[in-house]
Design a protein around this ligand. Structure first.
Ligand SMILES: C[S@@+](CC[C@H](N)C(=O)[O-])C[C@H]1O[C@@H](n2cnc3c(N)ncnc32)[C@H](O)[C@@H]1O
Length: 229
């Protein structure tokens, strides 16, 4: 089932506005845990020994840079539809950048060994289109890694996390970025995004097999891995 979600122009506009402060706010709101989540992602990717990696919705390029460091010699390409975010990635030292919509990637079929997306798939208007494009550009047997927010499964934690997400986070972020609405949007998008089994089923229905969920930090974030059929 195709559900229409976020408005791409709205999403691009939000990230254009906050691009210069994105990394600082990210570290602030996650309490530095984003470094840990990327470190886990890279620990999963390294044994795959990729020669070519595409990081979709690369934004400021943090995951792509971490992969370059962990997999020396790998060609790591960062793609994003928001040019100001890619400008931050360029300043951070990511050399190969492409302005591109994750739902219509400008790459030939079966091009990459690994495709990643950190906190990007959730923002796409169609998760199915995003995942199917990732499958298309991956070589058969290639690996997918999605890192994104999820809702904690523990009944005690979930309401506390929701309170933080909807009532505390937008205010802190509003002070830091001047865009409270951008972070109200974040909470809403996390609520709608599938997690756990719902996400592994979705991934497997888009050209992948053996999708696995790896919940982190009490399930507030998850890494999903899968193999291209
Ligand atoms: C929350 S940021 C994540 C950036 C980075 N991957 C990270 O982990 O910090 C989301 C990024 O997704 C990008 N994005 C959202 N929808 C997109 C789409 N349809 N195609 C390409 N990029 C998209 C935004 O421009 C933004 O840079």
């Amino acid at each position: 089932m195709e559900i229409q979600k976020e408005n791409p122009e709205l999403v691009r506009g939000l990230f254009s506005d906050i691009a210069g402060r994105y990394q600082m706010v990210n570290h602030l709101l996650s309490g530095g845990l984003d470094f840990y989540w990327r470190a886990i992602a890279v620990r999963i990717i390294r044994p795959w020994k990729p020669a070519t990696v595409l990081d979709v919705a690369t934004g400021s390029g943090d995951l792509a840079m971490a992969i370059r460091k962990a997999c020396p010699g790998a060609r790591v390409v960062g793609a994003d539809f928001c040019a100001p975010m890619l400008e931050v990635a360029r300043k951070n030292g990511l050399p190969e950048l492409v302005v591109a919509d994750g739902m219509s990637l400008p790459f030939a079929d079966q091009n990459f060994d690994v495709v990643t997306a950190a906190f990007g798939l959730r923002n796409m208007a169609s998760w199915e289109k995003g995942l199917s494009e990732m499958a298309r550009v991956l070589k058969p047997g290639g690996h997918l890694l999605i890192l994104d927010f999820s809702l904690p499964t523990l009944p005690v934690i979930r309401p506390l996390y929701r309170f933080y997400l909807h009532h505390i986070l937008p205010h802190i972020a509003g002070i830091a970025t001047g865009r409270t609405d951008a972070y109200e949007y974040l909470g809403g998008s996390i609520e709608k995004f599938p997690s756990g089994n719902a996400m592994t089923s979705l991934i497997d229905s888009c050209g992948f097999r053996d999708a696995i969920a790896h919940p982190l930090t009490m399930g507030t974030v998850s890494i999903y891995t899968a193999t291209r059929k």
